[in-house]
Design a protein around this ligand. Sequence first.
Ligand code: ZN
Length: 704
Amino acid sequence: MVQNQFCDTEARAFVASHAQAVGEDVAMRLFTSRLLGGDKNLVLHGGGNTSVKTTVVDRFGNDLAVICVKGSGCDLQHLEPAGLPALALAPLLELLKLDSIGDEDLVSELRRCLLDSRAPNPSVETLLHAAIPHKFVDHTHADAILALSNQPEGTACIKAAFGDRVTVLDYVQPGFPLAKAVADAFEADSSVEGVVLRHHGLFTFGDDAKSSYDRMIDLVAVAEEFTSQHIAQRTGDVTRLAEGADVDRAQVLATAAQVIPVVRGAVAIPQGEADYCRMVCSWRSDDDLVKISSHAECARLVAMGPLTPDHVIRTSGSYLYLTRDEAADPAACRRAVAAFVDRYQTYFEAHKSRSPVEPAILDGYPRVAVVEGLGVLAFGETYQAATIAGDIAEQTLRGKATAEAFGCFAGLPPAQLYDMEYWPLERAKLGQRPVATLQGQIALVTGGAGAIGFGVCQSLCAAGAVVVVADLNQVAAQGVVDRLFEEYPDAALLAVAMDVTDPDSVQSGMDQVVLTFGGVDVVVPNAGIAHVSSLRDMGSEDFKRVIDVNLFGTMTILQAAAKLFEAQDTRGSIVVQASKNVFSPGASFGAYSASKAGQHQLGKIAALELAPLGVRVNMINADAVFGDQVRSGLWEEVGPDRMKSRGLDEQGLKDFYRDRSLLKVTVTPRHVGDAVVFLASDAASATTGMTFTVDGGVAAAFPR
Ligand code: ZN
């Protein structure tokens, strides 16, 4: 249910702190724009737009009438002054007198009207905002409006709810045609409080920010009330999707851990013969979503288009529906995805002639899978994209469930959906981002809170991977995650407590990763401990402890990874953190050197066994890695003894190792991290079973 969040005191304080910089009008515009953007029942992720008409003094000291309108793709919730570019109003009104104008010309004309040529592209609805004479104009895609306007008799439903308070327009493609339609409607009747666009959303307006906002909230609340009353009064054959049997949460979690990697593998897009465009998964499983996903009518509903057309660029038009059995069976799951892609191609072929120039077909893979009994699995090339798709899919399922309970959901026909999906101005909202080396890949680093682990996580973040910091010490792992967020604010990170010597702990950590991100593509068994002792004086428990963590702890990770890679069936990479000691062991370092030699050998076995799955396994032999940002546990153990035996202090010891190497370099955790990224990347797609040295050059440790 929407609520009016306008607070006079807050508004005054906000204006007081912003008016100096941007003027009162724009400050108020920002204030209520953010209120609208903060309510997911009104808009989601870049949806909706707002404007204010005001006066500015131009460079030559003249007053100029302008409209400040939301930038295309900007988010209302976090709108900043830069996201409200100003355009000269008079030429926009001239444009509205044209009968038609092409997209590229329209964008060019809009840019020409901008006061600051460096500003972002203004909203594709700029002309519509200009056409409405009121000072403030608000536009949302409110769920309650969409539930009513996406009915077969949508206009009648809206009229029944609002009477003469609004004008209802049939669906018109956003941009110039919609601006003209709204301008005409306004000319015919300017007394209304709002304009409802069928299959799209609602515009309200007012001479001050508060009245436009109040009208928006009021009209949406009326729609909500009307809908819920109508549903309550309905009897007989009513489809109530969200009212199934109680959800068994433990059962849902257990099934999800099994099923999600299978689905994630099936929706990865093949790239050439040896790679995939993998996707991150955002799973949504509130009770109502699980119930909706279990309803017999769900498959029909998710195959239909979105609630409002601008969702199509985030989630594609229709969602994939999988029965419980399909989702659990990799072959059946892949068949369902293939059929989905086929249907997409048919849809594209049927409508491509609507584009003035035939566009390249999009991949056609699902971005949302609704799985019977599990709720929503949303996918994206980045965690952010998956989250956006998930937020939209949640609202969409709920909106369709409401629409069905009210009457019957009837979305936008495929032809109009195509127009929106392949409209260049709409696609431009997504922006062009360079593809990161490990985009869409999820990397797990054990011993992630150690010095090398931290460096590896830094490199993986820099390469665009989603990073899971696994460590025995959950608090330390979370500390690393916090530090990484400071350095990489857009990263997707998770701290997981994991005792690699306990298979149950490893499995539950892996499950946590699956439920959070969908699976794992890069695994770095990196957890390790050391113990200094001659064989003569070695304590049995000390020896066993080192073997347990370094060797058995690698086995448990390889085992869990192998099962996950098999379920996903999209290849993958393992980079084992071995050691220079494998080839060049040191006296009084028997437990460590033996465990590392065993671990290195396990890596080779894994390379043999996992090659049929396309999983590559390589080993890194690093040496003398000192961490500056995170202290090395290994050196805490080994350093004092080494310093004592060589009569050196800490810096002296670092210098000693640097000078001992052929290249005379100080080896850092980032050297190791960058090696991990290289080995996990496409660049190494023909390499497995290899030992990669990161030691500054130590002749005695050359692989042989
Ligand atoms: Zn819109």
